[in-house]
Write a protein that binds this ligand. Structure first.
Ligand SMILES: Nc1ncnc2c1ncn2[C@@H]1O[C@H](COP(=O)(O)OP(=O)(O)OP(=O)(O)O)[C@@H](O)[C@H]1O
Ligand SMILES: [Mn+2]
Length: 617
């Protein structure tokens, strides 16, 4: 008897310990998740010089609909009546003449003059090397300032040191490691000029090196792997598409291959629906027939929903229509760096619920379900198990309005109050993007964006207060002495046009080697405001004043043909209606004008040849 009592006590102690561990981890998780809710700061302060350019500060605030109300909107195109603010349209001192003069000025510089330009390499190297020295990790690992150097290399004034170190590793995974000693002396105008010439010179060298390089495509890289594991896939549209995914772009505009791929994303049956464990908001990986894998971002808010004034970019809800519009814009501009995607109407029950992943078999075993529930509860409360793949099937329910809903598992908006629901019943819109091959078969590189926002409501990022940030942190870092610097500028162009503040990382396929274009993944938080142009997105352009020549030419072409019109016509080919409301289309034109103004300022400050770089891309 005593022994039994002792045993009970023993078990009780074990159970209590487990319970307190669970409670502790739950508490820790809650704290961890809420630390972004901090006081508002002046993070969105404008540059003083822009005050004249922007008069819309005093424009009446639009009526903003809370997103939870937007989630409940029955009409998927309209939250409610949202007044169009006609007053702001003509408020911008955009000067068509300035833009036309800029075009003429650039035209007057014959491309031959630029390409024939010979820079005295030795002279720049000498000046440059005096100021900055490339050191290897080992040599400096024992020095006191080592920590600081790591900090500088990463450019991340954000997040924790641990995360920064991880990002440094991410960056270095595909390229040789390098570190720069921070410049101690205050940089003056002459230094800046030298540094600029040095960078331009490096980009010319880069061009010479890569001019003749043959493009590599994913089909080549994956052929052996697929032939060995899934030979049937070699005869699919998917494999044909992989032949067109090269180190330079993700698709060929107007090609039959792209058309077939988009058709398949639009029409193929769903075989399995799974949650993607990465990312902060709900997204599903759909296995479609013919071996296609697509990433589904579901409808969340109506087309005229605007990011709430009190919501930071990191709490903004992702929008499927923003993903769709971004792809079309990418195609029109000719970057071809957004993985192809379409908008599609799905049946929540038939396409998703019936194909959702289950841990326990369909012959419902109550024991299995019970064990699963306990395991799921424990895992979902332990932070280190972020990669744990949850069971989607269990999160479906029928709402009081009789619509089918699912909530999934993620850190933002994955609860019953913010569930994804049919509008009405089983009708669900979503964007489906081709899922590109991922590790371990294909290696990706995740680079912390040097102009990443602070992701805190109280802290500012370094680039916001340091006008020389580009010279200090980008120009002096040899990892940017190649196409990456101009790719980053291209990305700023793209993000400014779509209004995306959430570009925390830059992604590229490192299996392609160094001459690999950035891939513009994750545009769900763009097109959040049409009554506001976020000038800080242009900071890399304003501070670095470098611009890819071919991008300039492309933008000039779309400007002449009117970008909003091209976008409108392109979006009309989508199955879903009214992807962008007019206000967004107007905003895109306005932003292109502003971009040309900023470029004009750069060229005025430097010169055409010191700003526009023809790196052969
Ligand atoms: N089309 C794609 N092909 C391959 N991988 C993809 C694709 N789309 C997304 N991914 C992978 O999934 C991750 C998460 O996707 P995404 O960035 O769209 O989600 P998110 O919730 O916005 O993430 P975050 O909160 O980190 O911004 C990406 O970082 C990338 O690794
Ligand atoms: Mn994101």
């Amino acid at each position: 008897m005593r022994q039994i009592r002792l045993r009970i006590r023993y078990y009780l102690i074990i159970i209590l310990t487990i319970l307190s561990l669970i409670m502790f981890s739950t508490f820790y998780t809650i704290l961890h998740k809420t630390n972004e809710i901090e006081q508002k700061s002046d993070i969105f302060e404008k540059w003083p010089s822009e005050k004249n350019l922007y008069h819309h500060q005093n424009i009446e605030q639009q009526q903003h609909i809370p997103f939870w109300q937007a989630l409940d909107a029955q009409n998927i195109y309209d939250v409610n009546y949202m007044p169009t603010n006609h007053r702001m349209k003509n408020k911008f001192p955009i000067n068509v003449e300035i833009i036309e003069n800029l075009f003429q000025l650039v035209d007057s510089y014959k491309l031959e003059i630029i390409t024939d330009k010979q820079l005295n390499i030795n002279e720049f190297d000498r000046v440059f090397i005096k100021r900055t020295t490339t050191v290897n990790n080992k040599k400096y690992s024992n020095q006191k300032e080592d920590k600081e150097i790591v900090f500088d290399v990463n450019n991340g004034d954000d997040d924790t040191n641990k995360k920064q170190q991880k990002d440094v590793d991410d960056f270095q995974s595909g390229e040789k490691p390098s570190k720069m000693i921070p410049i101690e002396k205050v940089i003056d105008e002459n230094d800046k000029q030298q540094l600029r010439k040095y960078i331009i010179n490096m980009l010319w060298k880069w061009k010479r090196k890569y001019r003749e390089m043959k493009q590599i495509n994913l089909a080549e890289l994956l052929y052996e792997h697929i032939e060995r594991d899934e030979p049937l896939k070699l005869n699919t549209t998917w494999f044909e598409y992989l032949k067109t995914v090269t180190n330079l772009h993700l698709y060929n505009t107007d090609s039959q291959v792209l058309k077939h791929l988009l058709d398949q994303l639009l029409n193929n049956d769903v075989i399995q629906a799974n949650e993607l464990a990465q990312g902060t908001q709900i997204k599903l990986v759909l296995q479609l027939s013919d071996g296609i894998e697509g990433l589904l971002k579901p409808y969340r808010v109506p087309r005229n929903y605007q990011t709430l004034p009190d919501h930071y970019y990191f709490s903004d809800i992702e929008r499927h229509h923003a993903e769709i519009a971004s792809f079309h814009l990418d195609r029109i501009i000719g970057f071809n760096r957004v993985p192809p995607l379409i908008g599609r109407i799905l049946n929540i029950t038939g396409d998703l619920r019936e194909h959702a992943t289950r841990f326990c078999s369909n012959i419902v075993s109550s024991k299995c379900e019970k064990i699963y529930n306990i395991v799921e509860y424990i895992l979902s409360n332990v932070v280190i198990f972020e990669q744990y793949l949850p069971e989607l099937a269990k999160t479906f329910f029928i709402s009081p309005a009789n619509n089918t809903c699912f909530r999934g598992h993620c850190s933002y908006y994955c609860d019953t109050a913010h569930a994804v629901c049919g509008r009405p019943r089983d009708y669900l819109e979503g964007s489906i993007q081709i899922l590109l091959p991922r590790p371990p078969v294909i290696e990706w590189q995740k680079i912390t964006h040097p102009y990443r926002r602070s992701y805190s409501a109280v802290r500012k990022a370094k680039w916001e207060s340091n006008v020389n940030y580009c010279y200090d942190k980008v120009f002096t870092d040899d990892r940017y002495h190649n196409r990456l610097i101009l790719d980053m500028i291209d990305l700023a162009v793209f993000d400014f046009l779509i209004g995306n503040l959430d570009r925390h990382h830059m992604m590229k396929i490192s299996s392609f080697g160094l001459n690999s274009a950035l891939i513009h993944l994750d545009n769900g938080r763009s097109f959040g405001r049409y009554d506001h142009d976020e000038l800080t997105i242009l900071t890399p352009i304003r501070q670095c004043c470098l611009f890819r020549y071919s991008t300039f030419q492309r933008l000039k072409t779309v400007y002449k043909e009117r970008l909003s019109l091209l976008l409108y016509q392109s979006l009309k080919t989508e199955r879903l209606k009214t992807i962008l409301i007019n206000e967004h289309l107007v905003a895109v034109d306005r932003r292109l004008d502003i971009l040309f103004h900023v470029l004009n300022d750069c060229i005025k400050q430097h010169s055409v040849v010191d700003v526009l770089v023809d790196d052969g891309i």
